[in-house]
Design a protein around this ligand. Structure first.
Ligand code: GLC
Ligand code: CA
Length: 563
């Protein structure tokens, strides 16, 4: 790839994207559920933080089995969140605040309550039958031994018929049949409809699952349930390129919108197909570093005793793959991940503001478009639930039961779930130290708060200059206003360190060099700090050693030979 092409400027490369989980952001009408009007009300806060785009998790009509990732109508808004007029107002108001709106595109599956699916069941002869994947039973059993991502067989029996339908995720999320051109046309029309509304683009959900191996064959079991993860037969499988190219050509490309594919299971060597000038998407999310603590992102009881060295290798390998192919994303949290502070910092003493800032400066200036997940900018942490009944997330409940089946005690199972539950990041946002943390004016929220003390809250941090909030604000200013050429478009080089526990890299152009150095451990470590201007430091001073979880951003004094 010629260097010029790689360094091409683009508006979405300059974005800083903030993920809003609408159910938990701000409940404007005090019914316990966050809503679109609530996002509108908080646009000034987001503008103050400095972000340039929001990615809003699904707000479509949905029975909410998977909190909106189970869509019953792509053209309607779930009444809990508001209506279409609210969404249009959000797009317009956000624009006035200098913020673009990206929405979630969930097209691997729908809800089982989508009219296509209900008609497919009610009238097996209708065209909708072929919008989904139905297969005959084999000896009264499912067609094969695939396990769904949320546990149990990936096949659900159709009542009154000797057949099953496929669901990669929950049984209330039947997979769409991408082999059917008529289904694909419906999807393209829907995407076009949304783009005409003026959204900036899409985060494309679970998109590497749309192509299934057409033999629908079983594989050797990988768990004591006799099943095998569906991913080996349905994730990034040969033939997916035909669908992804067509999707891009028929929709995204015509509008020049921005796209971010959720792309687990894509080997680094294949990134060139997914991103870059010829790629299916502008950027993808890479999960190698995010899932460092578990053997497999969806099986939380297979925990790994990971090292910072491995974490760093995963981060940098993804970076190199992004850079070689095009553009990437950089993130440490989202609505499927626990809080980074609890996951990446294992010493509770440093699960504090110092630690939160260390993680922030460590990931934010890597090559790619940075994402911030709501509450991350406050240094929010995981909760500690004591009973499985306190969880809402379907995958938490499934993982709990799978852990028991695999022989763990209920206390161990609960521990795994506390560490990994997706509910950790989905708790209502703490706006202030007032009733219900200012999430609403007193109604019981749909999900219990992380902590009822609301010690961590946005209002307090906005008014305190050394807060995590202000630290993020400063990171955004440095990247977008003060050093865009080097921090957005500059080269990226990992730096050698004596200690494996230091993550250090440089961003550099012909005449500037900025360095990010982070001690990812709870002990002081030696590092020769380069001479230069300290732009950011999460401690008051710099010694000969890096203090525990110290992070420093330095503008190096460069001579021409050095660059
Ligand atoms: C993606 C979403 C996740 C959802 C799943 C099924 O991984 O991020 O929240 O449960 O797809 O749609
Ligand atoms: Ca509400």
């Amino acid at each position: 790839m010629p260097k010029m092409e790689k360094n091409r400027h683009a508006w979405w490369k300059e974005a800083v994207i903030y993920q809003v989980y609408p159910k938990s952001f701000y409940d404007s009408n005090n019914d316990g559920i966050g809503d679109i009007q609530g996002i509108i009300a908080k646009l000034p806060y987001l503008q103050e933080l400095g972000i340039t785009m929001i990615w809003v998790s699904p707000f479509y009509q949905s029975p909410m089995a998977d909190n909106g990732y189970d869509i019953a109508d792509y053209y309607a808004v779930n009444p809990d969140f508001g209506d279409m007029q609210d969404v249009e107002n959000l797009i317009a108001c956000a624009k006035e605040h200098g913020i673009q709106v990206m929405i979630d595109l969930v097209i691997n599956h729908t809800s089982d309550e989508h009219p296509w699916f209900t008609q497919a069941l009610a009238q097996p002869q209708s065209k909708y039958r072929d919008y989904y994947i139905f297969k005959p039973a084999i000896n009264d059993a499912p067609p094969n031994n695939w396990r769904s991502i949320f546990g149990g067989s990936a096949w659900e029996k159709v009542a009154g018929e000797a057949c099953y339908y496929l669901h990669t995720f929950h049984r209330k999320q039947p997979d769409l049949n991408w082999e059917n051109p008529a289904l694909r046309e419906e999807i393209y029309a829907m995407i076009t409809w949304w783009l005409e509304k003026g959204i900036a683009g899409f985060r494309v959900d679970a998109i590497t699952f749309i192509k299934k191996d057409q033999d629908y064959g079983s594989l050797p079991a990988d768990g004591i349930d006799g099943l095998v993860s569906i991913k080996w037969k349905s994730r990034n499988r040969p033939g997916i390129e035909v669908f992804l190219n067509e999707l891009k050509e028929r929709t995204f490309q015509r509008f020049g919108c921005v796209t971010v594919g959720e792309a687990p299971g894509v080997p680094l060597a294949d990134y060139g197909q997914f991103i870059g000038p010829q790629g299916y998407f502008d950027m993808i999310f890479d999960f190698h570093a995010a899932d460092i603590d578990v053997e497999n992102g969806s099986e939380w009881f297979r925990r790994r005793d990971w090292t910072v060295k491995e974490f760093k290798q995963a981060l940098f390998a993804s970076q190199q793959a992004f850079i070689a192919s095009g553009w990437g994303t950089t993130f440490i949290e989202n609505h499927d991940q626990p809080r980074a502070l609890s996951k990446l910092i294992r010493d509770p003493v440093f699960q504090n503001e110092t630690g939160a800032k260390a993680l922030a400066a460590m990931y934010f200036f890597m090559h790619g478009t940075p994402f911030i997940y709501q509450g991350q900018e406050l240094g929010m942490k995981n909760f500690n639930r004591t009973r499985i009944e306190q969880f809402d997330d379907i995958s938490s409940i499934d993982n709990y039961h799978r852990a028991l089946t695999e022989g763990f005690t209920s206390a161990q199972a609960l521990e795994f779930i506390n560490q990994r539950s997706r509910d950790n990041s989905r708790t209502p946002f703490p706006w202030a130290k007032t009733i219900n943390g200012g999430f609403n004016s007193g109604a019981q929220p749909w999900l219990e708060f992380t902590h009822r003390d609301f010690e961590i809250n946005a209002e307090e941090q906005r008014h305190r200059s050394d807060s995590v909030f202000h630290f993020y604000q400063r990171l955004i200013q440095l990247r977008n206003l003060e050093y865009p050429e080097v921090l957005i478009y500059g080269n990226f080089s990992p730096l050698e360190t004596h200690s494996d526990d230091i993550v250090a890299y440089a961003r550099h152009t012909d005449n500037q060099r900025l360095i990010s150095i982070t001690n990812m451990s709870n002990t002081p470590l030696s590092y020769v700090i380069p001479v230069g201007e300290v732009l950011l430091n999460n401690y008051d001073s710099i010694d000969s050693n890096l203090k525990p979880y110290q992070t420093i951003i330095i503008k190096e004094c460069v001579t021409n030979e050095q660059v």
